[in-house]
Ligand binder design. Structure first.
Ligand SMILES: Cc1cc2nc3c(=O)[nH]c(=O)nc-3n(C[C@H](O)[C@H](O)[C@H](O)COP(=O)(O)OP(=O)(O)OC[C@H]3O[C@@H](n4cnc5c(N)ncnc54)[C@H](O)[C@@H]3O)c2cc1C
Length: 463
């Protein structure tokens, strides 16, 4: 139970209705989408004006209270699991699109704007905001920046960092820091938008984001290539890129995932296929026609049993819905679903698929794999029950093995879900001791009391 005097201080900033300390409330914000133990905060605060974010941050710093900002809590790395006795700050009410500029192609938004709603507002003005995490229906733009979220279109259009032109955020003392610009070019000072991207709430609290918008492609063509052999599908991914074609989207699903998704929504997928590639090319209509033809040819030459081209918008939507259903469908199967996002150079996808097959056999686990194959960003998803102790020990060993393999192939711990608490222990393995020390010095100078989202990224390694 939080100290009454402290609660009054928070109430003075956001009003009594926006300060919650009952167990039912604190419990609701004690966990996120990651499979980690929950930790209840002492108090949950819901600012309704962005200035209040700064006042709350200053208050937490004054009292040495750990502060965890929470968008939708969909991160898969424990980034929003609070510290015991700490404060959770909800950004849901900070959901205004402040400016949507169709002349200079940018938007200024508050951090709690929901990604899909923003993309729809932008589309209604005839423009395009490409980053589309699978969670976009609920995820927030602040959370997207703090995790550097990617999505199905990452291959051609890049990820959130490629669209962050400017940011304003509160430092740990509640002072407003501004960096970046509404202009296409801006080299005024340090690249603080870059530093804040993927910072997971550990360096500052975002107040406003300036996001780049682009013209939408004039045409698009989606295809589903069906394979009887996983290795053939994996090799096709590299072959398409090597042919200098950059599809907007190039996604992979293995047989287990195909069957699970089909069972989930009766999507009419070829359940006997070993693997599917879902491919979309977009751009000028003539370029789309030419690239679609080339992609079809490459798929066939690499052993695709069939390549189904989407007939119309409905058919196209159905294909992409099937892909977006992959995680919810798999998560439905067992009480615990561990989704990883180990990422390898694209040419190593065939080797990574072999390694995942070996790991699932070695540790006797069910692993469904799908993901952004064009980015080398696979999502091996382990289906288990955390209450089964023996199996859980094998799951933990399998996760270690997955990261060992990805790093040995020149890959990375996270393509898009961040490090959070879940992967902090592997950080040195990918980087170096000096990298951890450098990050640690930076964190200590910006947040001397270590109140900003402790325990995440490198914080686990602080004294
Ligand atoms: C079904 C599902 C599908 C997903 N698909 C994808 C995908 O395709 N691609 C992808 O990249 N991710 C995906 N994710 C992961 C997740 O949705 C993204 O990381 C997303 O960006 C998190 O947004 P959020 O609003 O939920 O942030 P949260 O989970 O609430 O927070 C994430 C981090 O951001 C920090 N944060 C939030 N707001 C602020 C702020 N204002 N200032 C400072 N720090 C802040 C938090 O403290 C935390 O560390 C998926 C998750 C699920 C559950």
């Amino acid at each position: 139970m939080a100290d009454q005097a402290l609660l009054k201080e928070f109430e003075a900033v956001v009003g009594a209705d926006n300060v919650m300390s009952a167990e039912s409330d604190t419990h609701a914000y004690s966990y996120d989408a990651a499979v980690l133990d929950s930790v209840a905060p002492a108090v949950v605060v819901r600012p309704t004006e962005t200035e209040q974010l700064g006042q709350i941050t200053a208050l937490c710093n004054k009292h040495g209270l750990p502060l965890t900002v929470r968008g939708a809590g969909t991160n898969l790395s424990g980034g929003t699991i609070p510290s015991k006795g700490g404060v959770v700050v909800l950004t849901g009410a900070l959901n205004k699109v402040i400016e949507l500029n169709t002349d200079d192609l940018y938007a200024i938004v508050q951090p709690g704007v929901v990604t899909a709603k923003f993309a729809a507002d932008v589309a209604a003005k005839g423009l395009f905001y490409p980053p589309d995490p699978g969670s976009q229906a609920v995820s927030t733009l602040g959370g997207n920046v703090a995790e550097n979220a990617g999505g199905l279109r990452g291959l051609k259009y890049g990820v959130t960092k490629d669209y962050l032109m400017g940011i304003s955020f509160f430092d740990v003392d509640g002072n407003l820091v501004k960096s970046g610009s509404r202009t296409v070019k801006c080299v005024t000072g340090y690249n603080l938008p870059g530093l804040m991207t993927a910072s997971e709430g550990t360096l500052g609290v975002f107040n406003e984001l300036t996001l780049k918008l682009i013209p939408p492609p004039q045409a698009a063509q989606s295809m589903m290539a069906v394979f009887d052999d996983v290795q053939a599908a994996s090799k096709t991914v590299s072959a398409i890129i090597a042919a200098k074609i950059l599809p907007a989207t190039l996604e992979f699903m293995d047989n287990f995932t195909i069957r699970t998704v089909d069972n989930f929504r009766k999507a009419g997928l070829p359940t006997d296929a070993a693997a599917l590639l879902l491919i979309e090319v977009d751009g000028h209509p003539a370029q789309v026609a030419e690239e679609a033809e080339k992609v079809e040819k490459i798929c066939s030459e690499h052993g695709a049993r069939s390549v189904d081209v989407a007939r119309d918008a409905d058919h196209r939507a159905k294909v992409w819905q099937a892909r977006r259903d992959a995680l919810p469908a798999l998560a439905n199967l067992k009480p615990t679903c561990v989704l990883e996002d180990a990422t390898v150079p694209r040419s190593k996808i065939p080797a990574m698929m072999q390694a995942l097959d070996r790991i699932s056999k070695e540790f006797k686990l069910t692993i469904g794999t799908f993901g952004h194959a064009g980015d080398g960003n696979l999502h091996p998803t382990i289906l288990t029950d955390k209450r089964n102790h023996d199996e859980w020990v094998r799951v933990e060993k399998a996760i270690d093995a997955i990261f060992d393999e990805a790093l040995a192939m020149g890959g990375t711990l996270s393509g898009e879900h961040g490090i959070g608490m879940a992967k902090a222990k592997y950080m040195e393995q990918e980087t170096s001791r000096a990298t951890i020390e450098f990050s640690r010095r930076m964190k200590k100078s910006l947040d001397p009391k270590g109140i900003l989202n402790p325990g995440k990224i490198i914080s686990a390694l602080l004294d």
